[in-house]
Design a protein around this ligand. Structure first.
Ligand code: NDP
Length: 440
C-alpha cells in the first residue's frame, strides 16, 4: 500500500455486514414505499391492507417478473436518458472550474453547464407541450405507468455502474497523477481490500471517462432531473383525472422544483460537498443518485397525485413560511461559507488553522456547526406537510433525511477533528451547537 492510497482503517456503516445489509435493504425499501403508494393501493393513516399489498406483489412482481426485472422498454428509455444527458453534459458549453486539491496535489477540472443544460431540458419540455397542444405528453404517461419497472431498472443500472467503477479503479491511469505515477486516487474510506465493502462504498474517489466525471454527473443530472420529470408526470396524471391540479400537489411540485434546480444551477457549490471531496463512488452513491433520489424523493407528489386533497389557506401560508425559512437558512449559510472560502468576506470572525484553511465562527456558522443542515431539514418538513396528516408514510422523507444529516454531521465532525485537531476543538468550544441552536 503506497502513501498516496493508505488502507482504510475505519469502515463506515458497520463494515462488510452493514454494506451487505444496505445493498439488499435499500432497494427493498424503495419497492416497499411503492407498494404503499401506487394506483392500486395507497396507505391511509397506518391501517395497512396486507391483502391489497399481497395482490400487488403477486400481480405486478411475481406473475409479471420478466417485465418487472428485465423490462426492455424501460432499459431502452433509461439508457437513452442517462447517456443522452451524458452526451449533453459533455458537449453543452459552460465554464471550466477546478475542484478542491486532491491528495496528489492536483486539482480536477469540471465543466459547469447546469444552467445551459436545464434551459435546454425545459425548452424541450415546453416545446413538446406546445407541439402536442395539450398537457398530455406520452413520455410523462410512460413514466407514470412504469414506475415499478423503472425502480428496478435504475437499481440494476446502479449495480452495473458501481461494478464498472470498481473494476476501473484497478486499471492504471493513462496519464500521470500529481505525484508522477499512474496510480488512481482512492477514497480514504473505500480502500479496505474487501471487494464487497469497497464496491459498496466506492473505491475510486473520482472515477472518470476522459473529462466526464461520473460522480458529479450522477449527483446532479440523471437522478435529480428524473425526480423533476416524475413530479411533472404526477401533475399530468392528476390533471387528466380531475381536470385540475390540487393546491397540495402544486405546492410540493413548486417547492421541489426550486430545490432541484437550485442544486443543478449551483453545481460549483457541489464541488466542495463531502460526496465529491471525500466519498468514493460505489453502489451506495450510484444507487442513491440514480434510484433512491428520484423514486423516494418524489413520494409526496406520487401520493398526492392519487387523491383529491386541497389544503386550507392557513396551511398553505404556514407551510410556505417553513419552506422559505428553511431555504433562506440553507442558501445563505452555504453561500456564506462558500464566499468566505473564496476570500469575499474578509471581515468575518474566524479561526486560522495550521493547514492554511480558516474556520468561520461568525454569521450563520457562529450559530451552529451545521446550520445549513437545519435549513435542509425545514425544507424537507415543508414538503411532507403538503400531504397533511393523511398518513405517516409521506413523512418518511423528513425522518430519513434527518437521520442522513445526523450521520453526515458525525462523519464530518470526525473528519474535521482529525484534520484540524486543536483548532477544531477551539471551534466547537466557541460554537457548541451541532445542527439546531440551543437544541442539538
Ligand atoms: P457542509 O457544507 O456543511 O460542509 C462541511 C465542510 O465544510 C467541512 O468538512 C469543512 O471542510 C468545512 N467547514 C466546516 N465548518 C466550517 C466552518 N465553520 N467554516 C468554514 N468551513 C467549514 O456539508 P455537506 O457537504 O454535507 O452539505 C452541503 C449542503 O448539501 C448542505 O446544505 C446539506 O444540507 C446538503 N445536502 C443535501 C442532500 C440531499 O440529498 N438533498 C444530501 C447531503 C447534503 P474543509 O475540510 O474544507 O474545512
Amino acid at each position: 500500500m503506497t502513501e498516496l492510497n493508505p488502507k482504510s482503517k475505519q469502515l463506515d456503516f458497520s463494515g462488510v455486514p452493514g454494506s451487505i445489509i444496505l445493498t439488499v435493504a435499500l432497494p427493498v425499501l424503495v419497492l416497499f414505499l411503492y407498494l404503499l403508494s401506487n394506483d392500486d393501493y395507497h396507505l391511509v393513516q397506518v391501517s395497512l391492507d396486507f391483502e391489497a399489498v399481497k395482490n400487488i406483489v403477486k400481480n405486478q412482481i411475481i406473475d409479471n417478473w420478466r417485465d418487472c426485472f428485465f423490462n426492455y422498454n424501460c432499459w431502452i428509455a433509461y439508457c437513452s436518458w442517462f447517456f443522452g444527458l451524458a452526451v449533453m453534459d459533455l458537449i453543452i458549453p459552460g465554464k471550466w472550474m477546478q475542484g478542491v486539491q486532491l491528495r496528489d496535489g492536483s486539482k480536477l477540472w469540471y465543466l459547469i453547464n447546469g444552467k445551459e443544460l436545464s434551459l435546454a431540458l425545459i425548452t424541450v419540455l415546453l416545446g413538446r407541450i406546445y407541439y402536442i397542444g395539450d398537457f398530455n405528453l406520452p413520455e410523462l404517461a410512460f413514466l407514470y405507468e412504469n414506475i415499478l419497472p423503472l425502480i428496478v431498472t435504475t437499481w440494476e443500472f446502479s449495480i452495473i455502474l458501481a461494478t464498472f467503477c470498481y473494476i476501473g479503479s484497478f486499471i492504471p491511469l493513462i496519464g500521470k497523477n500529481g505525484k508522477g505515477t499512474k496510480e488512481r486516487i482512492l477514497a480514504v474510506g473505500g480502500n479496505s481490500g474487501n471487494p464487497m465493502f469497497d464496491w459498496f462504498i466506492g473505491r475510486e474517489l473520482n472515477p472518470r471517462v476522459g473529462y466526464w466525471d461520473i460522480k458529479l454527473f450522477c449527483e446532479l443530472r440523471p437522478g435529480m432531473l428524473l425526480w423533476f420529470l416524475l413530479n411533472i408526470a404526477y401533475i399530468q396524471k392528476q390533471y387528466l383525472k380531475l381536470g385540475y391540479v390540487t393546491n397540495s400537489l402544486l405546492m410540493v411540485n413548486i417547492f421541489q422544483f426550486i430545490y432541484i434546480f437550485d442544486g443543478v444551477l449551483n453545481e460549483e457549490g457541489c464541488l466542495t460537498m463531502i460526496d465529491i471531496t471525500t466519498d468514493g463512488f460505489g453502489f451506495m452513491l450510484a444507487f442513491g443518485d440514480l434510484c433512491w433520489v428520484p423514486m423516494t424523493y418524489s413520494l409526496q407528489a406520487r401520493y398526492l397525485s392519487l387523491m383529491e386533497f386541497n389544503l386550507p389557506l392557513w396551511a398553505v401560508v404556514m407551510i410556505t413560511v417553513i419552506m422559505l425559512s428553511g431555504f433562506w437558512i440553507f442558501k445563505s449559510a452555504n453561500n456564506q461559507k462558500s464566499y468566505f472560502r473564496q476570500g469575499k468576506l474578509p471581515n468575518m470572525k474566524c479561526i486560522q488553522t495550521e493547514s492554511g484553511t480558516k474556520l468561520l465562527v461568525d454569521g450563520w456558522w457562529g450559530l451552529a456547526q451545521h446550520i445549513n443542515y437545519f435549513g435542509d431539514i425545514l425544507i424537507a418538513l415543508s414538503w411532507c406537510l403538503t400531504t397533511g396528516f393523511n398518513t405517516p408514510l409521506t413523512y418518511f422523507y423528513v425522518s430519513y433525511f434527518a437521520c442522513l444529516l445526523l450521520d453526515r454531521q458525525k462523519r464530518d465532525e470526525a473528519k474535521c477533528s482529525k484534520k484540524y485537531g486543536k483548532y477544531w476543538k477551539q471551534y466547537t468550544e466557541q460554537v457548541p451547537w451541532k445542527i439546531i441552536p440551543y437544541v442539538y
